[in-house]
Design a binder for this molecule. Structure first.
Ligand code: GLP
Length: 271
């Protein structure tokens, strides 16, 4: 795992957006996996800014969102489809037909989940999956106890997640109890995962994800098995990491390598 610790939310947003922009430069018809929640909002704002100011072109990009509440139609103000339209899709030039969010109204869950997986496969798989994290260490809506090999399916939300997300609904009673979510196994198939976290409330989840054992009780910890994971966090979310200094040294070495400054890395000194 590559762990990038930055001073604040603004820096996290810019850094995360840069990974997306770099991918789009290399592969204009890339497939992005997108997340909802407050964490990726800053990155979406930065991408919107670059679209407006520098013409960042989303016209060939395909997107798949992680999850959707069961029972909420696409125009419900709290549905994840509506969230994506308002906060991202309506403000860039993505073709709406290329944007995918699980269908919260489909009652034939098994069929619609299988179809979602099929669509991802037909698009060639996800190049870069953006992820937030729940306070209990869940990714998408893969609550503690989810199989680490799980696929897109129906999931019952925990009371902790319902409490955390009540702020968007007004009251806990209004938060749906069920969601359709990509599975941990689905997420692990993305070519690259970019996990973002901001604030003290995520510090325990980030410590358990990065430095804890791999366990279905912290579904984000399964990312330790993935070959390309980037964790971008602010100081507050990184606060409980034991190896913070080492992660900073790795980033410093990476910067020097990218700049070709081999001398500063001590390379050649022994030749
Ligand atoms: C929900 C979403 C997750 C998200 C999490 C954290 O549970 N399903 O994808 O990561 O909330 O949200 P926030 O970024 O608002 O803290």
């Amino acid at each position: 795992m590559r762990v990038i610790i930055l001073p604040d939310a603004e820096a996290v947003a810019r850094r995360a957006a840069r990974f997306v922009v770099d991918l789009m430069a290399k592969k204009p018809a890339c497939v992005l996996g997108l997340a909802t929640g407050s964490t990726p909002l800053g990155a979406y704002r930065e991408l919107i800014r670059q679209h407006r100011e520098s013409g960042l072109d989303f016209s060939h990009v395909t997107t798949f969102n992680l999850d959707e509440y069961v029972g909420l139609g696409p125009s419900h103000p709290q549905s994840y489809r509506q969230f994506m339209q308002t906060n991202f899709f309506d403000q860039i030039n993505v073709d709406v037909n290329r944007t995918h969010v699980p269908d919260g109204r489909a009652l034939n869950f098994e069929h619609s989940c299988r179809l979602y997986e099929q669509r991802i496969a037909e698009a060639g798989g996800i190049d870069l999956q953006i992820l937030g994290i729940g306070t209990d260490g869940h990714i998408a809506f893969n609550e503690p106890g989810s199989s680490l090999g799980s696929r897109t399916r129906l999931k019952t939300l925990t009371s902790e997640t319902i409490r955390d997300n009540a702020r968007f609904f007004g009251s806990e009673e209004d938060v749906p109890r069920l969601a359709i979510t990509m599975g941990v196994g689905t997420i692990l198939e993305s070519r690259c995962c970019l996990l973002m976290a901001i604030g003290e409330s995520k510090a325990t989840a980030i410590r358990d994800t990065v430095e804890g054992p791999i366990t279905a009780q912290v579904t984000a910890s399964a990312l330790q098995l993935h070959r390309e994971v980037i964790v971008v966090v602010d100081e507050a979310a990184a606060n409980l990491l034991a190896r913070k200094d080492y992660y900073a040294e790795v980033e410093q070495a990476q910067t020097l390598l990218e700049a070709g400054d081999f001398r500063a890395l001590g390379i050649g000194k022994h030749a």
